[in-house]
Design a protein around this ligand. Structure first.
Ligand SMILES: [Zn+2]
Ligand SMILES: [Zn+2]
Length: 303
């Protein structure tokens, strides 16, 4: 199991989903970048809404490169929209793509969500399903877009604005169906509220470049967090050892409703016997005393 990136590469903190005045955000790209830089991030994504409705979206991708620093970059991104989503008030899908070419075109009125995801991936992007809980993504819809790279399992703005931040149900559903989506946490910051710095990814990359970050994202060499830190995830036969920042609970979650747990005070290390989990896959959740969480990507245990 390839988990050595967690200890052997530098971890870069980044926001994969956020907005600026290029679409419906309240802060200019320069202000957004300054905010994340001051929060100690290494990169952010100006994933402005990409759609032909100027009331909240733009038909072009925001280029943050004029404000790059030696120790801070942006990755060309968009929150892509297209028609066909049930239970969205505008009938729109919300799909985040990181690493798009700057000339990537918005969806047409007839492009479907599966086709839009294919087009973005073929253009080199890393694609995640934004805020499934916020707009009641159905299991049928999830099946149709299971080729996305990731599910956004925590969205900070949705937490603050509507109390519907999660995507864990949809992510687990896709895993039960045999898919292995990565799990991301993001801000979806618009700066209408104090919505920067609530959900992020820690990416183990070879360098702080757009290419290296994208390569690491696609390899799943990252974890998602609203606070806690994974320090090590070590597989040794059927034993799994987690080292982390002080946690009150560690879960190993697997197929169906199967899970292992360790509860206590300031747990920084725990070893689990995966043969007890009886699952072809697992994912790890750690929760700290304040209720903040971190989520690993899924691991395939079938081989
Ligand atoms: Zn959205
Ligand atoms: Zn958004």
């Amino acid at each position: 199991m390839k988990t050595d990136w967690l200890q052997n590469t530098k971890l870069y903190r980044g926001n994969l989903h956020g907005h600026s005045t290029h679409s419906d955000g309240m802060a200019t790209p320069e202000q957004v970048i300054a905010t994340y830089y001051e929060l100690g991030y290494d990169f952010t994504c100006l994933s402005d809404h990409l759609w032909a409705d100027s009331s909240f979206a733009a038909t072009t991708i925001c280029d943050g490169s004029p404000w790059h620093k030696d120790d801070f970059i942006t990755i060309p991104s968009a929150e892509m929209h297209c028609y066909g989503k049930a239970y969205d008030n505008d009938g729109l899908w919300h799909i985040v793509a990181n690493g798009l070419p700057l000339d990537f075109a918005p969806a047409s009125d007839t492009e479907t969500a599966p086709d839009l995801i294919n087009r973005a991936q073929e253009a080199g992007a890393y694609v995640s399903l934004a805020h499934p809980e916020w707009y009641s993504m159905t299991t049928e819809e999830a099946r149709s877009v299971a080729h996305a790279d990731a599910v956004e399992v925590f969205n900070h703005a949705c937490s603050l604005e509507s109390g519907r931040p999660y995507g864990l149900g949809i992510a687990d559903f896709l895993m039960q169906e045999g898919h292995r989506p990565h799990l991301t946490a993001t801000d979806d910051s618009h700066f209408r509220l104090a919505d920067a710095g609530g959900g992020w990814v820690m990416v183990g990359a070879a360098a702080l470049t757009q290419e290296a970050i994208l390569t690491a994202l696609k390899a799943g060499h990252f974890y998602a967090s609203t606070g806690p830190e994974f320090k090590a995830i070590e597989f040794d036969g059927h034993q799994l050892t987690i080292r982390c920042s002080a946690a009150r609970t560690i879960f190993i979650q697997g197929a169906g409703h199967r899970a292992l747990n360790r509860n206590g005070t300031a747990i920084t290390s725990a070893t689990f016997d995966l043969s007890e989990l009886k699952s072809p896959w697992c994912r790890i959740t750690i929760i700290d005393a304040a209720g903040k969480q971190a989520w690993s990507n899924p691991f395939d245990l079938s081989s």
